[in-house]
Write a protein that binds this ligand. Sequence first.
Ligand code: GLN
Length: 333
Amino acid sequence: MVEQHTCTGVLPGWEQVDRLVADAYEYARGSADGAVADYIPALAQVDPELFGVAVAEVDGGLHGVGDVGVEFSIQSISKAFVYALVCQALGHDAVAERIGVNNTGLAFDSVIAIELNDGHPMNPMVNAGAIATTALLPGGSAGEQWEAIRAGLSAFAGRPLELDSAVYRSEAATNQRNRAIARLLESYGRIEADPLEVVDVYTRQCALRVTATDLAVMGSTLADGGVNPISGKRVVSATVCRDTLAVLAANGLYQRSGEWLFDIGLPGKSGVAGGIVAVSPGKAGIGTFSPRLDPAGNSVRGKLATAHLSRALGLNIFASDAVTEPRSGGRAP
Ligand code: GLN
């Protein structure tokens, strides 16, 4: 088979990937654009210079440069993996009907998006849809739902993830807006459980601690049809991965999802602590961490590093090499 580096091909060899991860790190490190999130007080304390880039290949190969072992709160990136767990439990149609898959075109914490859509949360990657998704998790109590999330996200990462209690407490004390969103969803009959208990579980899921390497492995599990490439354990089905990646492509970077897809061409998800996960189906997961964010809440260096890797490794899912030889059975022009 001819080796090619488009999305339909394979990754280059291990050493070349390793070198390109280092190149991506150097390329993005030059930017000091953006600002650290401060609407959650604990996040404002972070060192803005922290930066790490990690790649986890679906065959288990790991690459990393910079602060790839530093823990930070997963924040909105949790939405992708909780959505996958809920799809696994309830099935494609039930979740699509209840939550939706279309972009709001508005900020992740938009209230007006709910009003404009008759109380429909629109998609699971904005706060309204994520809170409604968490509410769907099976379990008799908020405590059981939280344990299911912690266990499920740990299975995606291949190691036990812990709560950052300082970040959790800080957000729980200041998340009036998310509580308002949950109450609004309740008023439209979109949440059946106690809305404040659901927001509490959601706030905990956002405060789980991960590293850039964890994000790469979690992304690689989605790239690998639901099997964690390090532990070898199945976490969700291949169908759930396909659905989750489609939702990420449309909504993972909020109202900037179109730009992200145009520039980078991969399903991805960002969080306000500075993490980004990107997924190259069948090949690898990319995890980056850098706390300075663009105005939509997406890590600036993370976007630059992921864009560099997507180009250098030929990951863009829309890119293909021109076929200049007639395929067997095909006709020459
Ligand atoms: N926990 C954060 C919130 O609900 C997550 C937002 C994000 O990462 N974009 O506001």
